[in-house]
Design a protein around this ligand. Structure first.
Ligand code: SF4
Ligand code: MG
Length: 331
């Protein structure tokens, strides 16, 4: 499989009262053609900021990439102009978001929103894009596509709107789809249908997916490789089987324990105590998980753990493992 996306030592910061705080702090990973990579973590771990960095959709004047590289098929895209990115967005790399109601424009019909992206990126005629829009709606499992094409977003259910978002995202057959919590706002049955749909489109179009989620159940269904993020850093990365059978980082283990299981009777869902440190309160030295970690040791607030290989295709950043404490005191 060839390399499609490479993120190298990416740092993305936000300007708060004249000071830069990094929401993504020295993150590196790559995505091969046809691969589905999951990026997992609670809210505030930097997952969405990472995807907005790749798309160059960070809030203007506030968020910016301060260092590192993003390469798409070998070409650096981290400092492209908006015009250059407009040629890539939607055509080569597409994105779907959690809440389709805010991503769809309420004043335009479903059809015109799908057609717009094709008109921007191809030389198809109006009639051609109209019939392609209906085809796409059918492809994503929307019934009565010929009628729905002329309806407005508010006339559809949440699940149907998410299908429309997927139709827009795949309209130009992108090579990479970034899906940021694509099923979070949907009920469980619809979630499963949307994931199945994404998987079947991925197989058919041979595209890659970066799937951002806080739900490890979704990862188990969909992904080849998984990256666990905590407070702007990668804390564990491995393939999906290793993650489920041999998780190493204490944060990953707690995320695992919080997956609801139907075979075990529990009175209360296990959740992780405490919260992710805010950007302004990020520890500068030591492990960022120290306040919530059941295995914390005294050195954990003095030595910053580094990501290190602990096995074939398995990296972790925690002082419980050899090789993670090589660069002392550097955050
Ligand atoms: Fe817990 Fe220490 Fe490992 Fe951080 S470095 S996850 S505090 S054991
Ligand atoms: Mg998010």
């Amino acid at each position: 499989m060839s390399l499609m996306l490479e993120v190298k030592n990416l740092k993305t910061g936000f300007d708060i009262d004249g000071k830069i705080y990094h929401a993504v702090d020295d993150v590196s990973f790559s995505v091969k053609s046809g691969q589905i990579i999951g990026i997992v973590g609670e809210s505030g771990c930097g997952k969405s900021v990472m995807s907005l960095s790749i798309m160059q959709l960070l809030p203007k004047g506030i968020g910016k990439i301060t260092s590192g590289e993003i390469r798409f098929h070998g070409k650096n895209i981290e400092h492209q102009t908006n015009d250059e990115m407009n040629k890539i967005r939607g055509k080569d790399i597409s994105m779907i978001f959690q809440e389709p109601m805010t991503s769809l424009n309420p004043v335009f019909t479903i059809g015109s929103q799908i057609e717009e992206i094709m008109l921007n990126h191809s030389k198809m005629s109006k009639a051609e894009v109209r019939s392609k829009a209906i085809d796409l709606l059918k492809q994503v499992g929307i019934p009565r596509a010929e009628k729905i094409v002329d309806e407005y977003p508010h006339q559809l259910s949440g699940g149907m709107r998410q299908r429309v978002m997927i139709a827009i995202a795949i309209a130009c057959q992108p090579r990479l789809l970034i899906a940021d919590e694509p099923t979070t706002a949907l009920d469980v049955t619809v979630q499963a249908q949307i994931l199945e749909l994404l998987k079947s489109i991925q197989e058919k179009n041979k595209m890659s997916i970066v799937l951002i989620t806080h739900d490890l159940g979704v990862v188990a269904e969909m992904c080849d490789e998984v990256i666990i993020m905590y407070a702007g850093k990668i804390v564990e990365r491995t393939n999906v089987d290793t993650l489920f059978y041999d998780p190493k980082h204490p944060y990953t283990k707690l995320l695992m324990a919080s997956i609801p299981r139907i075979d075990v009777e529990v009175n209360e869902l296990s959740t992780i105590k405490g919260i992710v440190p805010s950007l302004k309160n990020m520890p500068q030295v030591g492990c960022r998980f120290v306040d919530r970690c059941p295995s914390a040791m005294s050195e954990c607030s003095k030595i910053t753990p580094q990501l290190a290989f602990i096995g074939d295709q398995h990296e972790v950043s925690c002082l419980l493992y050899e090789g993670c404490s090589t660069r002392k005191g550097v955050s």
